[in-house]
Structures are given as structure tokens and as C-alpha cells.
Design a protein around this ligand. Sequence first.
Ligand SMILES: Cc1cc2nc3c(=O)[nH]c(=O)nc-3n(C[C@H](O)[C@H](O)[C@H](O)COP(=O)(O)OP(=O)(O)OC[C@H]3O[C@@H](n4cnc5c(N)ncnc54)[C@H](O)[C@@H]3O)c2cc1C
Length: 437
Amino acid sequence: MSESETFDIVIIGAGIIGVATAYYLQKNNPDKKILLLDRNLAAGQANTAMSAAAVRNMFASSTNQLLTDSSVKFIDHVQNDIGYELLFEKCGYLWLLSDSQFHDPSVQMWMERMKASGIHYKVYNKEELKEMMPGLNVDFSNSEEAELMNLKEVSYGLYGGDCGVLDPTRYVEYYLDEFKKMSSVKPRYGVNVEKLILEADPKLELPGEPFVWQEKKVVGVRTNKGDVRAECVVLATGAWANELLDPIGMDSKTKCKKRQLFVVHGDNQGLKQLLRTKGFNEMEMCPFTILPSAGVYFRPQMQEEGFWIGCGDKLGRAYKYIQTDEDYVPESSYYENSMFPVLSAYYPDFSSTRPVNSWAGGYCYSPDAIPFVYYENGVLVANGASGSGIMKADAMARIADALYRGLPEAELFGGKSIPSEALSIKKRKVEIESVVI
Ligand SMILES: Cc1cc2nc3c(=O)[nH]c(=O)nc-3n(C[C@H](O)[C@H](O)[C@H](O)COP(=O)(O)OP(=O)(O)OC[C@H]3O[C@@H](n4cnc5c(N)ncnc54)[C@H](O)[C@@H]3O)c2cc1C
């Protein structure tokens, strides 16, 4: 890259949010020269690749319902109407709940809100679950261990059949391929953005600018390969947003927390049977299942004949950027001492398995678990997906494009729309999300 090139738009970050945004910006602004940059050597290599890549529309807040329902329908459309293989498998999401959890007013309200929004779900009782999931332990009455660990007995299953799992790399490639077909500018990798260039607007060429009495605007980025100037800088850096926003005094309101996944093979008869659970979906496949206690979940992985095990724990784990390679290191003791005892109590067939692979990444949390998308000071920020960026990416990208074009409303896939500034910091109009994994 030569010194100080100029584009109309520069997008920092080629994760799922960055590539989806690149696609909509180019599609709806065909004359604009858009440069997509990432410091990694390819797109989608950071948290997008670390994700469980499960997608659901089962949220409690109407905002997240809208963002995810439209995005998941888009995913379905890409695979089934356009014919682009995303390995999207509609295995469904299954929340296993205790009697008290099921009757908790927040869960009842969640179901009411889904019903009101036309989000399909089904409730299974304990007897039905026992029949459909033979290895599931629903009786802790004689288990001191379960009592000690505060494990709640399964009484109900809340199942959403429009949800599923996909391959995040394929999903990134879809947007990227489409973007590249339209764009005259090739994406660039191995380009680290060191800072956002903030200048007086308009620039008076006075020494010491910008002064307090001047308007300021981000006019480009300084990278390890030179400066790039652009009328609009899109920040799709996810968990690293603060690294670039803090130095220019913009508070992203997001924080990063480490999350990990562990892979186990379904190498005994019980787990093989679990993987091919019958009765929930047409594919006769195990749903993405969330246990009633400790935030432990498992995701079927048919290609690997196994499961990915994760945990949305409520430990006092620090909020922290992912900065060093060590931050990406999964902790085997976390699996052994925290997740494994819970998993094997509910599903004893997991007790004979050990992880064959594992990885770690970071969730980028917003305070209300609803993403941020806003355009301020020349920077268009899209982040804070709070552990569900794959399933919100399409809607977030459409909102980013609507903001760029100055439209009051963003049209989402399927025809519904959302005020373009609903996810902004200053004019935020969202409810707090309670169903965060
Ligand atoms: C363990 C785990 C499980 C998850 N499970 C799910 C799930 O099941 N479903 C779901 O929807 N979501 C899930 N998520 C969340 C999901 O992965 C994220 O919400 C999503 O990937 C965010 O996309 P992104 O594009 O914002 O971030 P990223 O994919 O992290 O992309 C950001 C990009 O910005 C680049 N970048 C950052 N700073 C700079 C810079 N200064 N210069 C140049 N490039 C820069 C990075 O290299 C990176 O490629 C999970 C996350 C984790 C960690």
C-alpha cells in the first residue's frame, strides 16, 4: 500500500460483521470505492472462526428477535433459495429447564413475547424428553453430588425449530465472494490499523489543530502499511473496538470476555444415539442443547461425529481485550473442573469422553446485550453483539448501510424494518435482553 491512498469507505475488520457490511455498502452504493482491511491473513479468522456458529431467533427482547429472526431467515434463503452451501442445519435450540425455571415469570414472559412476535417454539414435558433423549438424566433425587453442585432437575424442554447451526467460514465466504464480484478494490490482509486519524473539520491548516472550538472528524486510518483516507471509516473490529476508539475519546460501551469451546467425539453408543436424536427435527439430529444449570451447552457437529461443549458461565472472569496469544488458550482445567461435572451429571454418556480439540475467543458485550450500530464523527461502528454476532450479522450490516445512506429506517430481510438509529448510543431504543448464553 502506498502512502495515503484515498477511498470512499474503509472497513476495518473482515469478520462476519465486516464482510456483511462490505457487501451491503457496495450493493447499495455501487459507485463507492470500498477498501476492506484486516490484520489477519484472511477474512473471518478471529472470533467469527472461534464461534459455535449456532443461530437462533429465540430472544426475549423484541429488538434481538427482529435482528435474529430476519438474519436467520436470510441464512436459510442463502442456502436454500440461492443455493450457496453454508452447512446450515436446522437442528433447533433446546433449553432444558427445571420446574421452577420454567414457571419463572421471566421465562413465561419470554415465551409470551415469542408467541406475540410469531416466533415458533414448542414445550416438551419430562416424560417426552425421557423418551426422545434416552441418555438424559432427569432424576437427581439420590445424588449428593448434584445437590452439592446445585444442579436443577430437568422438567421441561423449550424447543425452537427455526434455529440451527452453520459453518461460519462458509458464511463469511458468501458475503466476501459477493462483495468481491461488485468491488473494484481487492480486500487487503495483514494490514494492522494502528490508529484512527482524527482531524479538524473543516481543516484550517493551523498548527495544533484540532482546537476545542472546531468540529472533529475521523478522516482515515494509520496502518502498518501507510495511511488510508476515507469519507467514512467502518469499525467492525468486534472485541478490539476500544483499542481504536479509546484513544480518540469515543466510548464504545462494550467490553470483552473470554469464552471457550471444547470438542468431544461421540465415540460411545449413547453419544452416537444422542447425535441422531429423533423427534425434534426432520434431520433426526440432536438440537443445540442448553442444560438447566451453570450455563453449560452442547452443539452437535455432524461432520466431526461429535459435540462442541461451551459454557456461558457467570464466573467472576475479568473483562479483558484479547491481546496476547495466551488469551486465546483454552483452559483444560475449566473443562475438567467446571463443565465436565455438570455435563456428565445430566448426560452420563459424556463421562467417558475427553476433549480432542479446544479453542478460546472473546464475546464483545454491550450492557443490554443488544448490539451497537451508530455513525458518529465519521466512524460507523457495528459491534457489541454479545456472543451472538453470527446470528445478527445480516441485520447489523443492513442497519450500518442505512445509516451510511442517511435513511431513517433499515429494511431487514423478510420485509420488516427498524429505525436506523435504534441501536445507536445516543438515540438507543431497545429493551434489555435477558436470554444470553
Ligand atoms: C467461544 C465463542 C462462541 C460463540 N458462539 C456463537 C454462536 O453460537 N452464535 C453466534 O451468533 N455468535 C457466537 N459467538 C460470537 C461471534 O463469534 C461474534 O459475535 C462474531 O464473530 C463477531 O463478529 P465480528 O466481525 O464483530 O468480530 P471478529 O470475527 O472478531 O472480527 C473482527 C476483525 O477485526 C480485525 N481487527 C481488529 N482490530 C483490528 C485492527 N486494529 N486492524 C485491522 N484489523 C483489526 C480482527 O483481525 C478480526 O478479523 C461466539 C464467540 C465465541 C468466542
